[in-house]
Ligand binder design. Structure first.
Ligand code: MOS
Length: 734
């Protein structure tokens, strides 16, 4: 079962409208609708709010502002992970970024709420904010460390000396823009008060974090908060935590003792959730003539919101990517009054590899060496900074296999030499590497007398296929056909998980379900072998085989449902779990990553510099694949995002207000179908026995890692123009 390209078990529900998303639930009384009012300044404080016009507007039930919002818990930095911390909203008159909520208007209909929201009169004492990343570089500071105490800076050997002695050097600065997570489903929720309890239907990636954050903010016992997240229309990091909309809906629902719905508009998403920090990155590479690197330096400066520090681990992938005796990585933050940064798909690797893998291409060009060969020559034998072995590294195989499949030998090393009519044609390659993460996740599996297994976890399916892969893992674990397995996710009363994010979801939840099935098999065998009524009574269970809904030992066999019916008619249940990676010995002893190689072919119009992707291939090593179809879809989605990162996406700040100018999908550009031709993702067979018992590693974010650099390198090969200020747009190539 595991690995098969099983169709999504939730597919029929999704295409028939049977899958209920957060905003679509009905529960209790007719809901009221809230509309968020955002600040129109970037920095300062509210000096007065006049709500009289709002209160007389039709249908209005409540206007929440900082003047009448309840007292709230503060963001507690001792809670180790940001997404579990409180998210105080309307808790003071201070404004920390443009669009920050300053009021919630609640009315009988959405239209009434939105109309009335326009009538809130807010007076501000605006202060001069810092919005210009480039102009504020002198304010950069060094953060203490990254998450899990990972150092913000590292140094091995002497990079400056290494660069001085190297025969060939590259020393370039690159910039990457603000990028946004923009899932199809916006942040949305329905909050229903139930006595002292709150039932929260919300769109989120981590149910346990949502519950903890709501409870901490509203100063409630977490047991009083019930979160339901059955289907999620995409997250990409923007729903790792709940934001103001859910907190505001909860406060309004409690105040009014009525169900309240709040959704953000697409435009509001550009001032409320999940922006990838803009960055300036300097890369210095020094190599001998034969291509061997002597020195690698990757120095990263990014924006952070002045009020809430966020550090994207942009230089960390560089620490494990290539061998070199002299190395340096550094992280600096420039405090601005721009929207707070948050994790956006492949946080760190996405902007970091875009840059480093462009610089490696520059080095190959300077050396006159094939960029695939250059990478292979710098393959490390152990992790070059940690000194530990790799668990299961197959980057070279990905590069070689991809080069073969893509027809890389047809690439002309000299740029701007291949023409196809009006198009200049170029090939590009880049490597992908992504850290493998693990967190505490529990799952329960219960077998009923009907022989149907029910899996329960508060794990989410954010469109990635969790329902399907867990069906496969449980079916294999219990020897059941997949239609005898039902997976129930996304409810806070189920065993807690770390949800979906950081590509950890599939590895954690499948391992937990696998352990639960192993424990359940033991229970079933113990019950059968000790039961005189069972054909398996007294048999040695060591050779038991679970298959087709039965268990057999030496020719004797019994249906699983029979064992349950006789011994525990209410069902037989077992739990499995995974632990935080810092408690897992293999994480200290090995460098555990996923790998890949991207190959892109672009055409650039010789006159207009219009850039078209012509084809793209990624070859990936991800350990064991749980479902060939959902895995491939994840990788292709990531690759398309890489194309988007290279050629299209850029959030532009309005230097007067600190807000984003291009705040809808007409102006914040992403590829459409016509921009994406033939793309393929291939996965090498694998099994990483250091990652977990199933050999599985997360792959959701691997596809974007390095993908943009392959496109950028293809643009250089096509034109001879190297653009270091992403995205690569026409005017920069001309
Ligand atoms: Mo991902 S950016 O951790 O959802």
């Amino acid at each position: 079962m595991i690995g098969q390209a099983l169709n999504r078990v939730d597919g029929p529900l999704k295409v028939t409208g049977g899958a209920t998303y957060a905003y679509e639930f009905r529960d209790g009384d007719q809901p009221l609708y809230g509309f968020v009012v955002g600040a129109t300044i970037g920095r300062g404080r509210i000096t007065g709010i006049d709500t009289t016009r709002v209160e007389s507007s039709p249908g209005v039930h409540l206007v929440l502002t900082h003047q009448n919002a309840p007292a709230q818990g503060a963001r507690d930095l001792s809670v180790p992970f940001e997404y579990w911390r409180a998210y105080p909203t309307l808790s003071s008159p201070d404004v920390h970024h443009h669009g920050e909520p300053v009021a919630l208007v609640v009315a009988a209909t959405f239209e009434q709420a939105r109309t009335a929201a326009n009538l809130v009169d807010v007076e501000y004492a605006a202060e001069q904010g810092s919005y210009d990343f480039a102009a504020c570089q002198d304010q950069a500071y060094a953060p203490e460390s990254l998450i899990f105490g990972i150092p913000a800076d590292t140094a091995v050997g002497d990079v400056d000396a290494g660069l001085r002695t190297a025969e060939v050097q590259v020393d370039e600065w690159y910039t990457t823009p603000y990028e946004f997570s923009q899932p199809m489903e916006p942040p949305a929720c329905l909050v229903v008060p139930d006595g002292d309890d709150l039932v929260v239907y919300t769109s989120c990636q981590i149910v346990d974090a949502a519950r903890a954050s709501i409870a901490a903010t509203l100063e409630l016992d977490p047991e009083r908060v019930h979160v339901v997240t059955q289907y999620v229309g995409g997250g990409f990091g923007s729903k790792l935590r709940i934001h103001g909309e859910t907190i505001l809906a909860a406060m309004a629902a409690r105040a009014l003792q009525r169900p309240v719905k709040v959704a953000l508009t697409r435009q509001q998403m550009f001032s409320s959730v999940s922006v990838r920090p803009t960055s300036s990155q300097r890369v210095r590479l020094g190599a001998e003539r034969d291509g061997r690197l002597v020195a690698i330096a990757h120095e990263v400066t990014m924006h952070t919101n002045r009020h809430v520090e966020f550090i994207e681990p942009t230089a960390t992938a560089t620490r494990s990517l290539y061998a070199a005796p002299n190395r340096l990585t550094s992280t600096r933050l420039v405090p601005l009054d721009v929207l707070r940064g948050e994790d956006v798909r492949a946080p760190g690797e996405a902007p970091g590899l875009l840059v480093v893998e462009s610089a490696v291409d520059e080095l190959a060009h300077a050396l006159g060496m094939d960029p695939v060969e250059l990478r292979i020559r710098n393959e490390p034998t152990v992790d070059p900074e940690r000194g530990v072995p790799y668990s299961d590294r197959h980057l070279v195989e990905c590069l070689r296999d991809g080069a073969d499949r893509f027809g890389w030998e047809r690439r002309l090393p000299e740029p701007a030499r291949r023409r196809d009519g009006r198009w200049l044609v170029g090939y590009g390659v880049a490597a992908a590497i992504r850290v493998h993460l693990q967190g505490p996740t529990k799952a329960a599996v219960r077998l009923g007398p009907d022989g149907i297994a029910v899996v329960e976890s508060d794990m989410t399916d954010i469109g990635t296929g969790t329902y399907t892969i867990l069906t496969q893992v449980a079916a294999e674990g219990l020897g059941l056909p997949p239609d005898r397995v039902r997976v129930e996710l996304g409810r806070s009363e189920f065993p807690p998980s770390v949800g979906s994010g950081g590509s950890w979801g599939a590895g954690n939840s499948s391992t937990a379900v696998h352990h639960a099935c192993t424990a359940l098999r033991e229970k079933l065998l113990a019950a059968a072998s000790s039961d005189v009524r069972s054909p398996l009574h007294g048999l040695d269970t060591a050779g038991a085989v679970f298959s087709g809904g039965s268990v057999s030992i030496d020719g004797a066999s019994e249906a699983l449902g029979e064992i349950v019916t006789r011994n525990c008619p209410e069902g037989l249940e077992a739990e499995g779990e995974t632990v935080l990676l810092t408690e897992e010995p293999n994480y200290g002893a090995y460098a555990i990553h996923t790998y890949g190689a991207h190959f892109a072919e672009v055409g650039v119009d010789a006159d207009t510099a219009e850039i078209r992707l012509r084809r793209m291939l990624g070859v990936f090593s991800v350990g064991r694949v749980l479902n060939a179809k959902t895995a491939r879809s994840q990788l292709i989605g990531g690759m398309i995002w890489g194309v988007s990162q290279a050629l299209a996406e850029e959030g532009v700040v309005d230097m007067r207000s600190g807000g984003f100018v291009n705040r809808d999908l007409a102006q914040y550009l992403v590829p459409v179908h016509a921009d994406i031709p033939e793309i393929d993702a291939v996965m090498l067979d694998g099994f990483d026995d250091k990652a977990n018992v199933l050999g599985v590693k997360g792959l959701g974010e691997l596809g974007i890692c390095g993908a943009g650099a392959a496109v950028a390198n293809a643009v250089f090969n096509a034109t001879g123009v190297r653009v270091r200020d992403f995205p690569i747009t026409i005017e920069k190539v001309l």
